[in-house]
Design a protein around this ligand. Structure first.
Ligand code: MSP
Length: 530
């Protein structure tokens, strides 16, 4: 059976509505998934929501509704937004799902039976308001806990712990071993270095429980009904539970083939959840339940969108709402901005003004204008009928070589490296090149001289063919616009609206047949006037 390209995103907390950071990550994963489908690969894209935990319990209490009802409402907002933004996933993870609960409990029971989970007493300072134990890191410069912690008291509590520290050397070796391969454990490099440094400092085991008296909105520990699991076993396991992992089968090789064909995944996460959750707890959890080293995932770590240089946060009241932006500018405009104005791994500053500028310059003025000019001239000079006459012209030959060869190769290289912004830059540069070529060939002059008809036909053919290739390459980022281009080129109309319409194999030069009839131009990216 062929291997599936398995891609996941972080699952989003459901204590409040989705924001622009969530949208960025899901669109990024969607673009990568669509690119792999474009290559003809089997793809499984999993995303979802993180529905348990203290924050949800608190927000639900504040709203005066039971947590189950509260998460239902927020979950619907995420589902609706992904639909609006054309985020097309194959699997949807909701952590309140009974099957997920069974997997988490199966894993915990196994680790408990094997002595990898033990009970211990914790004592220390506890913030009643924040419902958490405090460490020295939380002390202010004067050595006291600040007023944000409210009443702080000394407490003793029994909890369950997972033997994490014993795997430190194994994890360091894994990182080093993978660093020398084509599939490093973490991309980009500088995040891997950060992780390695953090693992070097790893000490102590992981507390995995909360007494029900403190937290009850969670998955009950199968070996002690007075406790629920606290966060990471519950949240991280979604990546395997929703891919068909069976905890009752102890070895990786005995897992159903439906699971083994998918796993390991490429996992997209933000920089804030690499250390310690995804970079330390997750591989160690997998290792502890018997996953071999070659079944460890790859972590693709993206940066954050900030606002005016500051972190966006609900408390600061500066969160950007992707739903309103999609309504205002359309899904493709928002997708284009989120994919083009941030470099992979780095942070960027969100600006609505930049969204409009980039849309107008790269989409309206460049690709949209190119389509409009190409189809208008085809209408005016050749009754919409293309001729692939194979005219012998060195400039046209260079054009097709550039379009078919260079663009395609550079684009693929960037996409394989998950550098979506760089891939888009190539497409945009090619579109500019085509617009410049129009100026250089001056089809309006060629049309006046019958001897120049073959060159004129060659230019019009090159324009249509370039747009056809642009549509294919841009389809992972802008699925709607790609269909719009194909529709206007009157190409593959039988697959209109379907993802199968696009295939990377078709991005070779010269697929539009001699005599092909193109459609009439319709504005694809109307300029946004501010
Ligand atoms: N529920 C946990 C993840 C569990 S994964 C097993 C969580 N949820 S979250 O809602 O806080 O964040 C979800 C994702 O959104 C994370 O990858 C996070 O990095 C990302 N982002 C949150 N804010 C962001 C920005 N401002 N910009 C870009 N991504 C951001 O963490």
């Amino acid at each position: 059976m062929s291997k599936t390209f398995y891609i996941t995103t972080a699952i989003d907390y459901t204590n409040s509505a989705p924001h622009i950071g969530h949208a960025y990550e899901k669109v990024l994963a969607d673009v990568i998934a669509r690119y792999h489908r474009l290559k003809g690969e089997e793809v499984f894209f999993l995303t979802g929501v993180d529905q348990h935990g203290q924050k949800v319990q608190q927000s639900a209490a504040k709203a005066g509704v039971p947590p189950a009802e509260f998460v239902k409402g927020i979950t619907q907002k995420f589902v609706d937004l992904w639909k609006k933004l054309d985020v097309k996933y194959d699997g949807w993870a909701e952590t309140i799902d009974p099957h997920h609960k069974k997997v988490v409990q199966g894993m915990l029971q196994r680790l408990f039976d094997e002595g990898q989970i033990y009970k211990d007493k914790q004592s220390g300072y506890y913030s009643v308001r924040q419902e958490q134990f405090l460490t020295d890191k939380e002390r202010g410069p004067n050595g006291e806990f600040g007023p944000e912690w409210g009443q702080v008291e000394f407490r003793e509590e029994e909890n369950y712990y997972f033997r994490l520290e014993q795997y430190k050397q194994w994890l360091l070796d894994l990182i080093d071993k993978r660093a020398k391969t084509e599939c490093p454990f973490v991309i980009p490099d500088f995040r891997e270095t950060e992780l390695r440094n953090a693992v070097e400092k790893l000490s102590g085991d992981l507390c995995i429980s909360r007494p029900k008296s403190r937290l009850n909105w969670g998955i009950e520990l199968p070996f002690d009904r007075d406790y629920v699991n606290y966060v990471w076993f519950d949240a991280l396991s979604n990546y395997i539970s929703f891919a068909g992992y069976d905890p009752s089968l102890s070895t990786f090789d005995s897992q159903p083939s439906t699971f083994r064909d998918k796993w390991p995944a490429v996992q997209i996460i933000g920089k804030d959840i690499l250390i310690p959750a995804h970079g330390i707890y997750w591989p160690i959890m997998l290792h502890a339940i018997g996953f071999p080293d070659d079944a460890m995932p790859q972590l693709l770590v993206h940066g954050w969108w900030n606002l005016g240089g500051a972190k966006m946060s609900k408390t600061a009241g500066n969160v950007v709402d992707p739903d309103a932006l999609a309504d205002k500018y359309g899904a493709d405009a928002l997708r284009y901005y989120l994919m083009s104005d941030i470099a992979m791994g780095k942070d960027s500053d969100f600006s609505e003004e930049r969204l409009v500028t980039r849309y107008n310059s790269d989409l309206a003025n460049s690709i949209g204008n190119l389509l409009n000019r190409a189809l208008n001239m085809s209408d005016r000079y050749c009754h919409n009928t293309l001729a692939n006459s194979g005219v012998d012209d060195i400039q046209l030959q260079k054009w097709s070589e550039r379009g078919a060869g260079e663009l395609h190769t550079n684009y693929s290289m960037r996409m394989e490296a998950f550098e979506i912004d760089a891939a888009l830059m190539r497409i945009s540069a090619y579109s500019t090149f085509c617009n410049v070529a129009i100026e250089a060939f001056e089809p309006w002059k060629l049309a006046k001289d019958t001897n120049k008809k073959p060159i004129l036909e060659g230019v019009l053919y090159h324009l249509a063919e370039s747009l056809r290739i642009i549509a294919i390459l841009i389809s992972p980022m802008l699925p709607k616009a790609a269909h719009g281009i194909f529709d206007q080129l009157n190409w593959k109309m039988e697959l209109s609206g379907k993802e199968e319409r696009f295939s990377l194999k078709d991005a070779d030069w010269g697929k539009l047949p001699d005599g092909h009839l193109v459609g009439k131009p319709v504005p694809l990216f109307p300029r946004i006037e501010t």
